[in-house]
Design a protein around this ligand. Structure first.
Ligand code: ZN
Length: 133
C-alpha cells in the first residue's frame, strides 16, 4: 500500500527548529513500512537528531558560522536570502525512516525536526509518502 499525505506548518522565527515526531506519528496508519518526509521548499530542511535545547542552540550556532553574514552572496541580488538557501544545501530536504508497530522506529534519543531557515512563513508544506502494510 502507498499512501500520500501532507503536513502544513507555520513558522514564527527566521530560524526555527520544530520537532515533528508526534505529528508524523499521528499521520501513520500502517503497521510496518517506511515513510518519506519531504519538504517542498529550498530554504528549509528535514533532519533527525536529539531534542536537547543546548544541542539545538549549538546547531544554529554551527550553521551561522558556516554561512556567515560578512560575505557577499550572489543570490542576494535576486531575493536577499542566499544564506537561507546555502544552509539548506548543507542539510537535507528529506528523510526516509522506518515504521514499526505503527510508529516511527527511531532510536531512544532521536527526533525528527523541520528546520525553518527563512521564516517566518505560513503554509510550509511537507509531502509524506508512506509505503507498507
Ligand atoms: Zn531565494
Amino acid at each position: 500500500m502507498i499512501i500520500q499525505k501532507s503536513l502544513k506548518l507555520n513558522t514564527s522565527k527566521n530560524f526555527e527548529i520544530i520537532d515533528i515526531t508526534s505529528a508524523i506519528n499521528d499521520l501513520i496508519d500502517i503497521d510496518n513500512g517506511i515513510i518519506s518526509i519531504f519538504s517542498r521548499h529550498s530554504t528549509t530542511a528535514i533532519v533527525v537528531n536529539e531534542n536537547e535545547s543546548g544541542l539545538l542552540s549549538d546547531f544554529e550556532f554551527m550553521l551561522e558560522n558556516l554561512v556567515q553574514d560578512k560575505f557577499t552572496y550572489e543570490h542576494d541580488r535576486i531575493d536577499n536570502n542566499a544564506r537561507s538557501h546555502l544552509k539548506s544545501f548543507l542539510l537535507s530536504s528529506s528523510e526516509c525512516l522506518p515504521i514499526r508497530n505503527s510508529r516511527l522506529d527511531l532510536g531512544t534519543w532521536q527526533s525528527v525536526f523541520f528546520v525553518e531557515l527563512d521564516g517566518p512563513r505560513s503554509n510550509r508544506t511537507l509531502s509524506l509518502t508512506i509505503i507498507g502494510e
